[in-house]
Design a protein around this ligand. Structure first.
Ligand code: 8GT
Length: 322
Protein backbone atom coordinates (compact mmCIF):
# COMPACT_ATOMS: atom_id res chain seq x y z
CA UNK A 1 0.00 0.00 0.00
CA UNK A 2 1.50 3.32 -0.95
CA UNK A 3 1.46 6.17 1.60
CA UNK A 4 -0.55 9.23 0.67
CA UNK A 5 1.41 12.38 1.40
CA UNK A 6 -0.74 15.43 2.00
CA UNK A 7 1.27 18.35 0.63
CA UNK A 8 -0.20 21.83 0.50
CA UNK A 9 1.46 23.93 -2.17
CA UNK A 10 1.61 27.51 -1.00
CA UNK A 11 1.35 30.29 -3.56
CA UNK A 12 4.56 32.13 -4.39
CA UNK A 13 3.88 35.89 -4.43
CA UNK A 14 6.07 38.64 -5.85
CA UNK A 15 5.53 41.83 -3.87
CA UNK A 16 6.57 45.39 -4.71
CA UNK A 17 7.65 47.11 -1.47
CA UNK A 18 8.13 50.88 -1.44
CA UNK A 19 10.43 52.52 1.08
CA UNK A 20 9.29 56.10 0.49
CA UNK A 21 11.59 58.81 1.87
CA UNK A 22 10.60 62.37 2.71
CA UNK A 23 13.03 65.29 2.76
CA UNK A 24 13.71 64.73 6.49
CA UNK A 25 14.98 61.21 5.84
CA UNK A 26 11.88 59.62 7.37
CA UNK A 27 10.03 56.80 5.64
CA UNK A 28 6.35 56.11 5.13
CA UNK A 29 4.84 53.29 7.21
CA UNK A 30 1.36 51.85 6.75
CA UNK A 31 -0.69 49.63 9.03
CA UNK A 32 -2.29 46.62 7.39
CA UNK A 33 -6.09 47.05 7.33
CA UNK A 34 -8.70 44.61 8.67
CA UNK A 35 -9.43 41.68 6.38
CA UNK A 36 -5.82 41.08 5.24
CA UNK A 37 -3.42 38.54 6.78
CA UNK A 38 -1.49 40.18 9.63
CA UNK A 39 -4.03 43.00 10.01
CA UNK A 40 -2.73 45.63 12.44
CA UNK A 41 0.94 44.99 11.58
CA UNK A 42 3.09 47.86 10.27
CA UNK A 43 4.69 47.51 6.85
CA UNK A 44 6.12 49.51 4.00
CA UNK A 45 3.39 50.29 1.48
CA UNK A 46 3.14 48.05 -1.56
CA UNK A 47 1.43 44.92 -2.77
CA UNK A 48 1.37 42.03 -5.18
CA UNK A 49 2.93 42.37 -8.62
CA UNK A 50 0.32 41.44 -11.23
CA UNK A 51 1.25 39.12 -14.10
CA UNK A 52 3.46 40.88 -16.70
CA UNK A 53 3.25 44.12 -14.72
CA UNK A 54 6.85 44.72 -13.59
CA UNK A 55 7.86 45.75 -10.07
CA UNK A 56 8.09 49.53 -10.54
CA UNK A 57 4.68 49.73 -12.24
CA UNK A 58 3.15 47.62 -9.46
CA UNK A 59 4.71 49.88 -6.85
CA UNK A 60 3.36 53.04 -8.53
CA UNK A 61 -0.10 51.50 -8.77
CA UNK A 62 -0.15 50.31 -5.14
CA UNK A 63 0.99 53.68 -3.77
CA UNK A 64 -1.76 55.39 -5.75
CA UNK A 65 -4.43 52.87 -4.69
CA UNK A 66 -3.44 52.80 -1.01
CA UNK A 67 -2.17 56.29 -0.27
CA UNK A 68 -3.06 58.50 -3.28
CA UNK A 69 0.55 59.46 -4.06
CA UNK A 70 2.39 59.05 -7.36
CA UNK A 71 5.96 57.78 -7.14
CA UNK A 72 8.10 59.60 -9.72
CA UNK A 73 11.70 58.59 -8.89
CA UNK A 74 13.28 55.63 -7.19
CA UNK A 75 15.49 52.62 -7.62
CA UNK A 76 15.73 48.93 -6.74
CA UNK A 77 17.33 48.11 -3.39
CA UNK A 78 17.46 44.31 -2.86
CA UNK A 79 15.09 41.41 -2.45
CA UNK A 80 14.27 38.88 0.22
CA UNK A 81 12.11 35.81 0.51
CA UNK A 82 9.97 34.84 3.46
CA UNK A 83 7.90 31.76 4.12
CA UNK A 84 4.56 32.74 5.71
CA UNK A 85 1.88 30.26 6.63
CA UNK A 86 -0.37 31.76 3.91
CA UNK A 87 2.26 32.17 1.13
CA UNK A 88 5.91 32.29 0.14
CA UNK A 89 6.58 35.94 -0.56
CA UNK A 90 9.41 37.47 -2.52
CA UNK A 91 9.73 41.10 -1.48
CA UNK A 92 11.28 43.44 -4.06
CA UNK A 93 12.40 46.41 -2.01
CA UNK A 94 12.63 49.74 -3.80
CA UNK A 95 13.60 53.16 -2.57
CA UNK A 96 11.31 56.01 -3.63
CA UNK A 97 12.92 59.43 -3.25
CA UNK A 98 10.42 61.59 -5.16
CA UNK A 99 6.65 61.47 -5.35
CA UNK A 100 3.69 63.76 -6.04
CA UNK A 101 0.76 64.36 -3.72
CA UNK A 102 0.15 64.16 0.03
CA UNK A 103 -0.45 60.69 1.42
CA UNK A 104 -4.02 59.97 2.59
CA UNK A 105 -5.37 56.56 3.64
CA UNK A 106 -7.65 55.26 0.88
CA UNK A 107 -8.08 51.88 2.61
CA UNK A 108 -8.90 53.41 6.02
CA UNK A 109 -5.47 52.24 7.21
CA UNK A 110 -3.29 54.10 9.68
CA UNK A 111 -0.07 55.52 8.26
CA UNK A 112 2.82 57.59 9.56
CA UNK A 113 6.23 59.04 8.72
CA UNK A 114 8.91 57.60 11.02
CA UNK A 115 12.58 56.66 11.01
CA UNK A 116 13.73 53.59 9.10
CA UNK A 117 14.83 51.70 12.19
CA UNK A 118 11.55 52.63 13.81
CA UNK A 119 11.41 51.14 17.28
CA UNK A 120 8.21 52.96 18.26
CA UNK A 121 6.04 51.09 15.70
CA UNK A 122 4.85 47.68 16.79
CA UNK A 123 4.20 45.07 15.63
CA UNK A 124 6.05 45.16 12.30
CA UNK A 125 5.58 42.38 9.70
CA UNK A 126 7.88 39.41 10.48
CA UNK A 127 9.67 39.57 7.11
CA UNK A 128 10.24 43.33 7.36
CA UNK A 129 11.37 43.82 10.95
CA UNK A 130 14.71 41.93 10.72
CA UNK A 131 15.62 43.95 7.61
CA UNK A 132 15.55 47.32 9.33
CA UNK A 133 19.15 47.38 10.63
CA UNK A 134 20.36 46.53 7.12
CA UNK A 135 18.28 49.26 5.52
CA UNK A 136 19.35 51.83 8.10
CA UNK A 137 23.09 51.31 7.47
CA UNK A 138 25.17 54.30 6.31
CA UNK A 139 25.08 54.87 2.55
CA UNK A 140 28.64 56.19 2.34
CA UNK A 141 31.84 54.26 3.05
CA UNK A 142 35.26 55.92 3.17
CA UNK A 143 38.36 53.83 2.59
CA UNK A 144 41.58 54.82 4.28
CA UNK A 145 44.74 55.27 2.26
CA UNK A 146 47.48 56.21 4.75
CA UNK A 147 49.89 54.19 2.61
CA UNK A 148 49.84 56.96 -0.01
CA UNK A 149 50.99 59.49 2.63
CA UNK A 150 50.05 59.70 6.32
CA UNK A 151 49.50 63.44 6.52
CA UNK A 152 47.41 63.68 3.36
CA UNK A 153 45.15 60.79 4.38
CA UNK A 154 44.81 62.00 7.97
CA UNK A 155 43.83 65.46 6.73
CA UNK A 156 41.41 64.08 4.17
CA UNK A 157 39.63 61.86 6.71
CA UNK A 158 39.57 64.56 9.39
CA UNK A 159 38.01 67.12 7.09
CA UNK A 160 35.52 64.54 5.78
CA UNK A 161 34.40 63.23 9.18
CA UNK A 162 34.50 66.27 11.42
CA UNK A 163 31.22 68.13 11.23
CA UNK A 164 29.53 65.42 9.19
CA UNK A 165 25.84 65.14 10.14
CA UNK A 166 25.19 61.67 8.78
CA UNK A 167 26.71 58.39 9.83
CA UNK A 168 29.22 56.73 7.53
CA UNK A 169 31.38 53.63 7.50
CA UNK A 170 35.16 54.06 7.61
CA UNK A 171 37.01 50.98 6.31
CA UNK A 172 40.62 50.83 7.49
CA UNK A 173 42.39 49.12 4.59
CA UNK A 174 46.15 49.44 4.19
CA UNK A 175 47.82 47.10 1.72
CA UNK A 176 51.22 48.83 1.65
CA UNK A 177 51.87 49.53 5.34
CA UNK A 178 53.52 47.26 7.90
CA UNK A 179 55.00 47.54 11.40
CA UNK A 180 55.04 50.90 13.19
CA UNK A 181 53.69 52.80 10.20
CA UNK A 182 50.64 50.54 10.11
CA UNK A 183 50.05 50.88 13.85
CA UNK A 184 50.38 54.65 13.69
CA UNK A 185 47.82 54.82 10.87
CA UNK A 186 45.45 52.45 12.69
CA UNK A 187 45.65 54.47 15.90
CA UNK A 188 44.89 57.70 14.07
CA UNK A 189 41.91 56.20 12.24
CA UNK A 190 40.54 54.50 15.36
CA UNK A 191 40.79 57.69 17.45
CA UNK A 192 39.15 59.76 14.70
CA UNK A 193 36.21 57.33 14.41
CA UNK A 194 35.80 57.35 18.20
CA UNK A 195 35.89 61.14 18.32
CA UNK A 196 33.41 61.63 15.47
CA UNK A 197 31.15 58.72 16.45
CA UNK A 198 31.55 56.98 13.09
CA UNK A 199 31.58 53.22 12.55
CA UNK A 200 35.00 51.77 11.78
CA UNK A 201 35.46 48.53 9.84
CA UNK A 202 38.74 46.66 9.63
CA UNK A 203 39.70 45.07 6.32
CA UNK A 204 40.46 41.38 6.95
CA UNK A 205 43.79 41.45 5.05
CA UNK A 206 44.90 44.45 7.11
CA UNK A 207 43.74 42.66 10.28
CA UNK A 208 46.18 39.82 9.49
CA UNK A 209 49.04 42.33 9.59
CA UNK A 210 47.75 44.07 12.72
CA UNK A 211 46.49 41.33 14.96
CA UNK A 212 49.82 40.55 16.66
CA UNK A 213 49.81 44.13 17.91
CA UNK A 214 46.18 44.25 19.11
CA UNK A 215 44.69 42.42 22.06
CA UNK A 216 41.32 41.86 20.41
CA UNK A 217 39.38 42.69 17.30
CA UNK A 218 38.53 46.38 17.83
CA UNK A 219 35.60 46.63 15.39
CA UNK A 220 33.74 44.45 12.83
CA UNK A 221 35.72 43.01 9.91
CA UNK A 222 35.23 43.82 6.25
CA UNK A 223 36.18 40.59 4.46
CA UNK A 224 38.19 40.42 1.27
CA UNK A 225 36.57 38.23 -1.38
CA UNK A 226 39.17 35.50 -0.69
CA UNK A 227 38.38 35.52 3.04
CA UNK A 228 34.65 35.48 2.29
CA UNK A 229 35.17 32.24 0.36
CA UNK A 230 37.66 30.66 2.78
CA UNK A 231 35.35 31.31 5.74
CA UNK A 232 38.38 31.68 7.94
CA UNK A 233 37.04 34.56 10.05
CA UNK A 234 33.51 33.17 10.40
CA UNK A 235 33.88 33.06 14.22
CA UNK A 236 34.67 36.80 14.38
CA UNK A 237 32.25 39.67 13.94
CA UNK A 238 32.05 40.32 10.19
CA UNK A 239 30.00 43.20 8.77
CA UNK A 240 30.45 42.84 5.01
CA UNK A 241 32.68 41.74 2.17
CA UNK A 242 34.15 42.78 -1.16
CA UNK A 243 32.69 40.86 -4.11
CA UNK A 244 33.13 40.74 -7.88
CA UNK A 245 30.48 38.23 -8.98
CA UNK A 246 26.91 37.10 -8.49
CA UNK A 247 28.20 33.93 -6.79
CA UNK A 248 30.11 35.98 -4.20
CA UNK A 249 27.07 38.21 -3.65
CA UNK A 250 25.01 35.11 -2.90
CA UNK A 251 27.70 33.82 -0.53
CA UNK A 252 27.80 37.14 1.33
CA UNK A 253 24.09 36.75 2.02
CA UNK A 254 24.47 33.09 3.04
CA UNK A 255 27.19 34.06 5.52
CA UNK A 256 24.78 36.49 7.18
CA UNK A 257 26.68 39.65 6.26
CA UNK A 258 25.01 43.05 6.41
CA UNK A 259 26.33 44.38 3.09
CA UNK A 260 28.59 43.67 0.11
CA UNK A 261 30.86 46.03 -1.83
CA UNK A 262 30.81 45.38 -5.60
CA UNK A 263 33.11 46.85 -8.23
CA UNK A 264 34.85 48.22 -9.93
CA UNK A 265 32.27 50.40 -11.64
CA UNK A 266 34.71 52.75 -13.40
CA UNK A 267 38.39 52.30 -14.23
CA UNK A 268 40.57 53.73 -11.43
CA UNK A 269 44.21 54.69 -10.93
CA UNK A 270 44.40 52.18 -8.06
CA UNK A 271 43.63 49.27 -10.48
CA UNK A 272 45.64 50.13 -13.61
CA UNK A 273 44.79 48.10 -16.70
CA UNK A 274 41.37 47.03 -15.36
CA UNK A 275 38.37 48.43 -17.15
CA UNK A 276 35.29 49.21 -15.10
CA UNK A 277 32.12 47.13 -15.44
CA UNK A 278 29.94 50.22 -15.94
CA UNK A 279 26.49 50.84 -14.45
CA UNK A 280 24.60 48.43 -16.74
CA UNK A 281 26.65 45.42 -15.65
CA UNK A 282 26.61 46.58 -12.03
CA UNK A 283 22.81 46.62 -12.16
CA UNK A 284 22.65 43.22 -13.86
CA UNK A 285 24.78 41.74 -11.06
CA UNK A 286 22.90 43.31 -8.15
CA UNK A 287 19.40 42.60 -9.37
CA UNK A 288 19.28 39.27 -7.56
CA UNK A 289 21.15 40.53 -4.47
CA UNK A 290 19.60 39.71 -1.11
CA UNK A 291 21.55 42.27 0.87
CA UNK A 292 22.50 45.95 0.47
CA UNK A 293 25.35 46.50 -2.01
CA UNK A 294 27.80 49.40 -2.11
CA UNK A 295 29.20 50.40 -5.51
CA UNK A 296 32.95 51.05 -5.66
CA UNK A 297 35.43 52.17 -8.30
CA UNK A 298 36.10 55.76 -9.36
CA UNK A 299 33.08 57.06 -7.42
CA UNK A 300 32.43 60.01 -5.13
CA UNK A 301 29.51 60.97 -2.91
CA UNK A 302 28.08 62.99 -5.82
CA UNK A 303 27.51 59.63 -7.59
CA UNK A 304 25.20 58.37 -4.83
CA UNK A 305 21.92 58.98 -6.64
CA UNK A 306 23.23 57.46 -9.89
CA UNK A 307 24.40 54.41 -7.92
CA UNK A 308 21.03 54.07 -6.17
CA UNK A 309 19.18 54.32 -9.49
CA UNK A 310 21.17 51.22 -10.53
CA UNK A 311 20.40 49.17 -7.44
CA UNK A 312 23.20 50.20 -5.09
CA UNK A 313 22.62 50.76 -1.40
CA UNK A 314 25.42 53.32 -1.33
CA UNK A 315 28.88 54.29 -2.52
CA UNK A 316 32.35 53.35 -1.22
CA UNK A 317 35.20 55.69 -2.07
CA UNK A 318 38.68 56.98 -1.47
CA UNK A 319 37.73 60.58 -2.16
CA UNK A 320 36.18 62.99 0.34
CA UNK A 321 32.50 63.00 1.20
CA UNK A 322 31.98 66.72 0.97
N1 8GT B 1 3.55 45.80 1.25
C1 8GT B 1 4.30 45.04 2.03
N2 8GT B 1 4.10 43.69 2.07
C2 8GT B 1 4.89 42.99 2.89
C3 8GT B 1 5.90 43.60 3.68
N3 8GT B 1 6.53 42.63 4.41
C4 8GT B 1 5.92 41.46 4.11
O1 8GT B 1 6.19 40.36 4.59
N4 8GT B 1 4.92 41.65 3.18
C5 8GT B 1 4.07 40.58 2.68
O2 8GT B 1 3.86 40.70 1.30
C6 8GT B 1 2.52 40.34 0.97
C7 8GT B 1 1.85 41.56 0.36
O3 8GT B 1 0.63 41.22 -0.02
P1 8GT B 1 -0.68 42.14 0.20
O4 8GT B 1 -1.75 41.22 0.63
O5 8GT B 1 -0.42 43.30 1.08
O6 8GT B 1 -0.82 42.65 -1.27
P2 8GT B 1 -2.01 43.45 -1.91
O7 8GT B 1 -2.09 44.81 -1.30
O8 8GT B 1 -1.80 43.33 -3.40
O9 8GT B 1 -3.25 42.61 -1.38
P3 8GT B 1 -4.69 42.34 -1.97
O10 8GT B 1 -4.45 41.43 -3.14
O11 8GT B 1 -5.34 41.64 -0.80
O12 8GT B 1 -5.25 43.67 -2.29
C8 8GT B 1 1.84 39.93 2.25
O13 8GT B 1 1.95 38.54 2.43
C9 8GT B 1 2.70 40.62 3.33
O14 8GT B 1 2.66 39.92 4.55
C10 8GT B 1 6.08 45.00 3.63
O15 8GT B 1 6.92 45.61 4.32
N5 8GT B 1 5.27 45.67 2.79
Amino acid sequence: MSAIVNTVVKPRIDVAVAVVFNTHGQVLWACRPEGKPYAGYWEFPGGKVEAAEGVWRALVRELKEELDITATQGGPWFLIEHDYEHANVRLHLYRVWAFEGDPRPLEKQAFTWASLDSSDLSPILPATEPLLPKLAQPVLMALSNYGAGFDACAKRLESALEGLHTSVYVQFREKALQGDALIRAYEHCYALCQKTGQSMLLNSETWLSLRESLEALPCPLHLTEAHLHSGEFANLQCAGASVHSAASLALAFDRGLSYAVLGTVHATASHPGQSGMGWAQFQALVQAARLPVFAIGGLASSDLRMAQQHGAHGVAMLSQFK
